[in-house]
Design a protein around this ligand. Structure first.
Ligand SMILES: [Zn+2]
Length: 410
């Protein structure tokens, strides 16, 4: 059979194209739902959120990972746009900044109605798929955006927030971030404080997806244990593949499996390969690994486009998703598994979150103890009338010591 050998390279090329063709065919009916994109942050940085600036035209925008032609080429069918404000706004203007980022997402939908459809539920995502538009949802990145207030949490829900990342890369007064696991930050809440537990319960009640990207392992464990609905990691990868503390360790992947939760893989080189360089195949390694440990139902995509400075070769911008899907097909993922990773897994989680929500149940009302808040720039209205039970244990102890001292002095 000497005649056949020269055909092999040709067969290999044809097969490679076949995987790409199959990826495109799949994505025409099941486009990708991506968990995290920081285009709104770019719009703030580059144009101070002035979308009518000709340079901010999303059809021709360059120098970003995301624009309208790239979204179309990438078969992006739904995007959780990140309403992100950095940690240095904590205890300052974090709420105002968050509101402005939600506003710019909503104005994207108004300015480009042919492309974006702002939606707030799973049915809306399916509707956008039908219309060939990019379902646009708001993910608020960082618990500091609620400024330790259940009232702000509820108001953000009413403005369209459908996930909240419990922390960014800083502790809030009620939840610890991943830098606690590197030793750079000190544990404050040992996962979730009592108020942090109230936040998670209120998110369940409202129907806001709990996002555990950026949090410490103790916070992951506490939230996975407490939440009545499955959770997501909107942009995190697998710790066993790259030992970075932003990634999800194996024992947490087991909890993800048990709770029907979802890890949407981050493409940032530093989390993919633990080096400055990475490639598409290494991203597929994370997807493969999470599938192996937590099951195909636990896998999704959370590229972190426009939020990172380094991306793998082959995944340079949002137009490249079909190439990654082709790689999964090449690795013998079934069509059902691929459709799960693209969209069905997120829709399943979102529907479960919607099922758990109960707007008839009484809202959480207990405020965070005043002593747990940084005092500068903060008024104390309401707290003076609060019952003594709301005082911090430290404050109680101090009062007791003062009392005993005064008795002794007498
Ligand atoms: Zn992030």
């Amino acid at each position: 059979m000497w005649t056949g050998w020269w055909l092999w390279p040709l067969v290999a090329i044809c097969t490679a194209d076949q995987f790409r063709d199959n990826a495109v065919r799949l994505m025409q009916s099941t486009p990708v739902i991506d968990g995290h994109n920081d285009l709104p942050w770019q719009l703030l940085n580059k144009f101070n959120n002035q979308l009518q600036d000709p340079r901010a035209n999303l059809t021709s925008l360059n120098g970003t990972h995301t624009n309208i032609p790239k979204l179309k080429a990438g078969f992006v069918g739904a995007q959780f746009w990140s309403a992100y404000t950095p940690c240095d706004t904590q205890n300052k203007d974090s709420v105002k900044r968050t509101l402005e980022q939600i506003d710019v997402i909503q104005r994207m939908c108004q300015l480009y109605p042919e492309t974006f459809l702002c939606v707030t539920d799973s049915a809306g995502i399916r509707q956008a798929f039908q219309e060939g538009k990019v379902a646009s949802l708001v993910g608020v990145e960082g618990g500091h955006s609620i400024d330790s207030s259940l009232g702000v949490l509820r108001a953000l829900y009413h403005l369209g927030m459908r996930y909240l990342t419990l922390t960014h890369s800083c502790n809030t007064p009620w939840a610890d971030n991943w830098l606690v696991d590197t030793g750079e930050d000190e544990a404050q809440s040992q996962g979730l404080s009592s108020f942090g537990q109230s936040v998670v319960k209120e998110m369940n009640r409202l129907g806001v997806i709990i996002d555990l990207a950026h949090v410490s392992v103790a916070t992951m464990e506490a939230a996975l244990q407490l939440s009545k609905a499955p959770v997501v990691f909107s942009h995190s990868s697998a710790y066993s593949v790259c030992q970075h503390h932003r990634n999800v360790p194996d024992h947490v992947l087991q909890l993800v499996k048990q709770t029907g939760s979802l890890v949407m893989v981050n493409f940032y080189n530093d989390y993919v390969s633990c080096k400055a360089e990475a490639n598409l195949s290494q991203v597929a390694d994370h997807l493969d690994y999470i599938k192996k440990v937590a099951g195909a139902g636990a896998v999704g995509f959370g590229g972190d486009y426009d939020g990172v400075s380094r991306l793998p070769s082959g995944l340079e911008d949002v137009s490249k998703y079909p190439d990654l899907v082709a790689e999964l097909l090449r690795r013998q993922w079934t069509e059902a598994e691929v459709r799960g990773a693209l969209a069905e897994n997120l829709l399943r989680v979102f529907e479960a979150v919607e099922q758990v929500s109960d707007h008839k149940q009484a809202p959480g009302e207990e405020p965070i103890p005043l002593g747990q808040l940084e005092a500068s720039c903060r008024t104390k209205y309401g707290y003076s009338a609060a019952p003594i039970l709301h005082l911090q244990p430290g404050a109680l102890l101090a009062s007791l010591v003062t009392l005993l001292l005064s008795l002794y002095l007498l």
